[in-house]
Design a protein. Sequence first.
Length: 202
Amino acid sequence: MEHGIRTKSLEETRTDLRRSVLANVVLAIALLMAVFGLVTQKKIIQTQVPGMPDGATISSDTADRAAQFAVVQAVTAAIASINPSNAEAQKRFIKAFLAPDSYTKISAEIDIRVKQMEAERELGSYYWVLTKGTMYDPSLNRFFVVGEVHTVNAAKDTGKPYVFEYSLSYENYRPVINDVISYDGDKPHNSEWQKTNTKVVK
């Protein structure tokens, strides 16, 4: 009787052991598949900024054009839409996208604008309106955002045409703006413009 019980107990133990080994093998295979998937993953879906289209594809070193446009448009709006109460928040936002040198330069410019507004006791603000859209010049590898910077105070709302120009790259799925230039007008200084303005470019 006791021998039968022991034999049954041994069989149950062997069965449990086989199940445990099988479960561990399955878990190990699943873990290896997950690690392999992470190592070989080339594309992810991200929604980083306002205006980012659904399904925008961002890879480790680039992104589709719609995603790139969304980034430069959001950064432009943050740089141009400044008042004394939102300046620090706007600086925190653009810091996530700008390379250190570019951020230092733009942050200082924002500080100067805020100090001028405070010194003049200006209760208004600046805001950005996209007018002619966003474009990419493959010859220069640069982005151009064309619109108006509006100055608002109690008396009036004045719009001034502006172009913001960017150099954009991606590092480990992260957009990095390496250079920011802005200038008056509604004509982007793209490759076509440079062909007819060689003296200005030189």
